[in-house]
Design a protein. Structure first.
Length: 275
């Protein structure tokens, strides 16, 4: 099945207004119980000149939620920080997802629990920050249920969530150039032979690990990823692209093996072939 991809820079959200939302009369709680889930804002203390926070989603048994690119189906999380005070920028980091395949297709998911680390940049450093978050996310088992919560958190607010946030940060893919001589790496991307444009991706992974590859391209491009040639080779097919597409086009490949993950960027031309 084809996957509708979203820009890989969607994890970064700039907040231009420090004015609280109109009509908000009660302070927002840092946690809320939603349908088959609980969502919370965690405080992680200072991180250099910024503040470290986290969005924690705890799911009922058997339920899942989605990565920034949900796959064939599902609802990616959406964040609105517009009611925050003394906030110049919010950067949401994304731990690597898992690949889940069923009758609905391939989904990119988190199960049980996920913490999304958040790096907050204050408009006036040294002064307190008040986070106000409106969040929408999908909670799914057999069908997907949209969940919504309004959360708030004052920073500094201690560092009780620091350990959980740092553990999640360790699972965020790190940028790595193609061909890096590392235990986990994207080794090469060559033009795919056949009627459709795309690429064959060779990877290296630790012995005994079963790697997974996730591909993200610009909006309105449709790609699919398969693993036909064994554990260390993948096919990324461009199933559809804009008629007026022109290169260069950035394709982000996220390679995951166990708790380790790397991101490698590939450049495509307007026809969807690697450059």
């Amino acid at each position: 099945m084809a996957i509708m991809l979203r820009p890989f820079s969607a994890g970064t959200f700039l907040v231009l207004s420090a004015v609280s939302a109109l009509g908000q009369t009660q302070p927002r709680a840092p946690s809320a119980q939603e349908m088959h889930s609980r969502v919370s804002l965690l405080s992680g203390g200072p991180m250099g000149e910024s503040w470290l926070a986290g969005i924690e989603i705890v799911l009922d048994s058997g339920f899942k939620t989605y990565w920034r690119n949900p796959g064939d189906s599902g609802l990616p999380p959406r964040f609105d920080w517009g009611g925050s005070k003394n906030v110049a920028g919010v950067d949401v980091r994304w731990p690597a997802p898992s690949r889940h395949e069923d009758a609905a297709g391939v989904a990119h998911i988190y199960s049980s629990k996920v913490v999304l680390p958040v790096v907050v940049r204050a408009a006036e450093p040294g002064k307190p920050v008040e986070l106000a978050l409106s969040i929408e996310y999908g909670v799914c088992r057999d069908i997907c249920i949209p969940a919504h919560a309004e959360l708030g958190l004052a920073l500094p607010g201690g560092a009780s969530g620091r350990a959980a946030i740092e553990a999640a940060l360790a699972k965020v893919p790190r940028a790595q150039p193609m061909g890096e001589q590392a235990e986990l790496s994207v080794l090469s991307a060559k033009a795919l032979m056949g009627d459709k444009p795309g690429l064959t991706v060779a990877v290296r992974a630790p012995s005994g690990a079963k790697p997974a590859l996730f591909a993200e391209a610009p909006e309105n491009w449709y790609v699919s990823t398969s693993q036909p040639d064994g554990e260390n080779r993948f096919t990324v097919t461009v199933d559809e692209k804009p008629k007026d597409a022109s290169g260069p086009v950035a394709l982000l490949l996220t390679l995951v093996a166990g708790d380790r993950a790397v991101e490698t960027q590939v450049t495509l031309d307007g026809g969807g072939q690697p450059r």
